[in-house]
Design a protein. Structure first.
Length: 132
């Protein structure tokens, strides 16, 4: 069994593969008018939880991936014990706290509108990552 650790069992995130954001959205913003002084939320169309992520990876790999929640102190110790610099580990722990408060769950559709298509579902992103 593989453990996926996080500092929250609540909260969702609407992450999107960076290549989609970098290439497609940047191209639209750079080639078209009307983007000056605008801010965009470049997340996916559907927010997902760590539990859903673990289930999807389990299903695609045939290996049991278990999501386990740890305290912020435990999370920090695990990260620094794995060699993550303390300052960056603290940022990652804070990100999980933000996720727990729902701060990364927004799905306003900005990215889909910019790239004129739905964003890549988490299952497809996992498939791509596993094929590398």
């Amino acid at each position: 069994m593989v453990l996926l650790i996080s500092g929250t069992d609540v909260g969702r995130r609407a992450a999107q593969h960076a290549t989609v954001i970098d290439a497609a959205a940047a191209a639209v913003v750079l080639r078209t008018d009307g983007h000056l002084n605008k801010a965009y939320e470049l997340g996916g169309d559907v927010a997902w939880s760590f539990e859903e992520f673990a289930e999807e990876v389990s299903g695609q790999t045939g290996r049991k991936i278990a999501h386990t929640v740890v305290t912020p102190e435990e999370h920090l110790a695990i990260l620094t014990g794995a060699g993550v610099p303390a300052a960056f580990a603290e940022i990652l722990v804070d990100v999980d706290r933000a996720i727990g408060r729902g701060l990364l769950a927004a799905t306003p559709g900005d990215l889909s509108r910019l790239i004129a298509r739905p964003t890549t579902p988490i299952a497809a992103s996992i498939t791509t990552a596993l094929s590398v």
